[in-house]
Unconditional design. Structure first.
Lengths: 708, 121
């Protein structure tokens, strides 16, 4: 890309030099023509500027002196003479050589260049020239892009930014500057609106607002000044360090409000003392007596707050990073929060019934607090999965040694957090899966080499959040699954009929069935025919799902999708007749109406057209054998199950409900499509539906119906 | 909708470089060869920003900035000038004429984008 630009520059320079020559010859004839002098100057200027930009540094350096001389000519300080024209013409030739430089005769050229430069410099130092003022050594705005050295300590600055009223006229947007400050670190910004006049006197093109910013950053003051570099001259800017970020010394608290105001120069010490004799809060006192404005007090208070928080945080960090609590207590806490959620929803319902404004207010407050409490409590139970991951390193190492394979385990997303109980129950299934990858998946080094793969195999273990779920992936670059072998095996074991039509995905899922094993020899690692079905059971118990993707010879990826938590979920409350059910909200996509007319159009097929897509649905009324008449308009709740859209028809959708999951008693444990129950606000019990199981069951029922 | 930036420079290579860099960063670019050309192209164009060289024939950068600031639609847009280091007083003159900021030549593409982000948001 850069070469392109260089070529473009070369071409342009050639043109410019030709034009320069013509101009110079013209200038020789009419030495006083300002227009021509301007042309010469601009040509030199462009060659210099662009040259440096495209890497022709020698050209730029050389042209600099020529340009400087012509700048003087332009301002009438040097007059055009024959020697000057001659010198410039030879300079043109030199520039041309430098641009087309192929590297030959460089030394010789350098001598000439040197001589020309010297001559030009001599002209500059000639007595008629005033002192040299225009080589500006001030630091340039953007030419220095290298990051300033990072300061380890967090320093808090007080920045007072008062732009000139006319600042908008230069196209400056102060909010962008404030945003840029925010990028430097945590920032408290307070607007000072004291100088805003009455509306009738406001000129909308002027800026009346100033800002007080308290910024905590690891960068130094120059980084802050850089933000304001373009407006330096058109604003009033003060930057002071107010907290060095060191350990807290003897002073326990940050300065008092009055001290801050005095230090800022908003207030003088005597006046403060006079006012302090009163008894009201100092802030309101000062405002009342009109010495400082409300905005100034607010800004100072913000500063106080900012520093206090910073110091507090540091103190907390220094003293206690974490505390250990018995897991039992946490479980108790979660249970109690669960009860509280139930009580809270009863309160909300009651308050809605009484329609008393003050009661509703309290109920809403309680609702907000409970939700916060719930989230907080849940997050306490969250643990990073990393500890589990690191246990597998050893497992992989030992197993690969046993089997004579070379395998590395790569883990990603160790910081992903999951509910403690989920993590505990995940350990065994993960061990199974990793064993499978190592034993069945990764081939022996010599086999791998023959297949053109690196001798060392990799098992990748990763975890990531996605909405209310966590994805855990185990992938290997091994032999992959062979659908034909799996199929043959399944037929042999009598799991499927020999003529069954199965998709690849369905074939892979056969491996999850009880009593299935593809390994032809049984090793002490895996292949005893237990394993995958155990994995499936554990994951099912966690309300999760398993997906397998594989390519023969390339590898296998198994994805476990797990809910973040198992104690409280967001649910959708639905109603059939007078019975209430809960559907987990995470899986639900939308709710649409199903009219009798729609049903009639479908000719008895349980299919609905939802925005052009045909969606099969399950009539829960029929499935659960509810009596009574079907209402005129029913509702379809659509959910995505294993990648397909499935609708569930209910009478009514009641609304969202925070669902505390209670497990069913032993009597009802075997009912597959009910995953639990919850207590509603009014004390009623609603069953929690397992949509995935429901869909599977409906499919089985339909197949049976078709066969009959 | 991507923002429109006008680059004004009599040097084709600088224009090409600026234009390429800006387009790469997702901006729309209008090119002009000098102040006069720029003004004629402003008409009917919704411009979000102007980047102009200072030394140009016909109408120079300072003249262009003044002329742009006189147009209601360009009164408050960011205008950045390209200067060389030896032009401290030009910088001042530009600011007085209403320039928002400046970029010192020679500059690298990243520096250009940094300034554009700074003034355009």
């Amino acid at each position: 890309m850069m070469d392109n630009h260089r070529e473009a520059f070369k071409e342009e320079a050639h043109e410019l030099l030709t034009e320069l020559e013509t101009a110079l010859l013209e200038l020789e004839r009419t030495p006083d023509d300002d227009e021509i002098i301007g042309r010469v100057f601009r040509a030199m200027h462009t060659i210099k500027g662009s040259g440096a930009m495209f890497g022709f540094d020698r050209v730029a350096a050389f042209t600099h002196d020529v340009e400087t001389v012509y700048d003087r000519v332009r301002t009438g300080k040097i007059s055009v003479t024959k020697p000057l024209i001659d010198l410039t013409l030879s300079a043109c030739d030199e520039i041309l050589k430098m641009i087309d430089d192929t590297g030959e005769g460089e030394a010789e050229d350098a001598v000439i260049t040197e001589a020309i430069t010297k001559s030009f410099r001599n002209m500059l130092t000639a007595p008629e020239i005033s002192s040299d003022t225009d080589i500006d050594t001030a630091p340039s705005a953007m030419a220095t892009s290298n990051e300033p050295p990072v300061n380890r300590n967090e320093i808090t600055y007080r920045i007072r930014f008062r732009p000139e009223p006319a600042i908008f006229a230069t196209g400056t947007n102060p909010t962008l500057l404030l945003n840029e400050l925010r990028d430097l670190g945590p920032c408290d910004i307070l607007a000072n609106t004291d100088s805003i006049p009455f509306l009738s006197d406001v000129d909308p093109e002027l800026c009346y607002t100033g800002w007080d910013i308290i910024l905590t950053t690891t960068r130094d003051e120059n980084a802050i000044r850089d933000v304001f570099i373009f407006v330096e001259d058109s604003c009033d800017l003060h930057i002071d360090v107010i907290d060095e970020g060191r350990m807290i010394d003897s002073e326990s608290d940050y300065k008092k409000l009055g001290e801050i105001l005095v230090e800022r120069g908003d207030l003088d010490a005597d006046k403060l003392k006079a006012v302090l004799d009163g008894q009201k809060r100092i802030g309101s006192l000062l405002v009342d007596s009109g010495i400082v404005s409300d905005d100034q007090v607010q800004a100072a208070l913000a500063e106080q707050q900012h520093i206090r928080e910073k110091r507090q945080k540091r103190q907390i960090l220094e003293t206690t990073a974490s505390i250990r609590v018995p897991a039992e207590r946490l479980d108790n806490l979660v249970n109690m929060v669960g009860e509280l959620v139930t009580v809270q929803s009863r309160l909300s319902q009651l308050s809605a019934r009484f329609n008393d404004l003050s009661l509703i207010q309290v109920a809403e407050e309680v609702e907000r607090l409970t939700a916060e409490l719930r989230d907080n409590t849940m997050s306490i139970r969250m643990l990073p999965i990393g500890a589990t991951f690191s246990r597998f390193e050893r497992l992989v190492r030992d197993l690969s040694m046993d089997l004579g394979k070379e395998i590395t385990l790569i883990t990603e997303g160790a910081e992903t957090e999951l509910d403690k109980t989920v993590i505990e129950k995940l350990n065994d299934p993960l061990i199974h899966l990793i064993r499978n990858s190592i034993d069945h998946g990764i081939e022996k080094p010599e086999v791998r080499m023959a297949a053109g793969k690196p001798a060392q195999g990799t098992v990748n273990l990763s975890a990531e959040h996605s909405g209310a779920s966590v994805f855990i992936r185990i992938s290997d670059d091994g032999a992959g699954l062979d659908p034909e072998v799996i199929r043959a095996k399944a037929v042999e074991k009598g799991l499927i009929a020999s003529d069954a039509m199965l998709t690849e995905k369905e074939i892979y899922s056969l491996t999850l069935m009880p009593g299935f094993s593809t390994a032809t020899t049984i090793t002490n690692v895996s292949g005893r025919g237990v394993g995958m079905d155990v994995v499936k059971k554990s994951i099912d118990a966690l309300q999760g799902s398993i997906e397998m993707v594989s390519k023969k010879g390339v590898g296998t990826t198994i994805t476990l999708k797990l809910p973040l938590t198992m104690a409280i979920i967001d649910g959708l409350l639905v109603q059939i007749e007078d019975v209430l059910y809960i559907m987990p909200l995470a899986a639900i996509e939308e709710c649409v109406e199903l009219t009798r007319e729609d049903v009639a159009h479908a000719h008895g097929k349980h299919m609905a057209s939802i925005r052009g897509e045909i969606v099969p649905y399950i009539r829960l009324r029929e499935m659960f054998a509810h009596g009574g008449a079907t209402p005129e308009i029913e509702q379809i709740v659509t959910a995505r199950i294993d990648g397909n859209r499935v609708g569930f028809v209910v009478d009514q959708v009641v609304g969202q409900h925070q669902t505390v999951i209670k497990s069913m008693s032993r009597m009802y444990r075997d009912i597959e499509h009910i995953s639990g129950a919850t207590i509603l606000g009014d004390g009623n019990v609603a069953l929690i539906l397992d949509l995935c199981k429901l869909a599977q069951q409906a499919e089985i029922l339909e197949k049976q119906a078709n066969q009959e | 909708m991507s923002k429109v930036i006008m680059t004004v420079d009599d040097s084709a290579s600088v224009r090409q470089m600026v234009s390429f860099t800006l387009k790469d960063a997702g901006y729309d670019v209008v090119e002009a060869v000098d102040g006069q050309d720029a003004l004629s192209k402003v008409n009917g164009q919704a411009l979000n920003m102007v980047i102009t060289d200072l030394n140009m024939p016909n109408m120079d950068g300072i003249g262009l900035i003044k002329a742009l600031r006189a147009l209601p639609e360009c009164k408050f847009i960011p205008i950045v000038m390209l200067t060389t280091e030896s032009q401290a007083e030009k910088k001042m003159e530009g600011k007085e004429a209403g320039a928002t900021g400046w970029i010192v030549k020679p500059f690298k593409p990243e520096q250009l984008i940094a300034v554009v982000k700074k003034v355009l948001g």
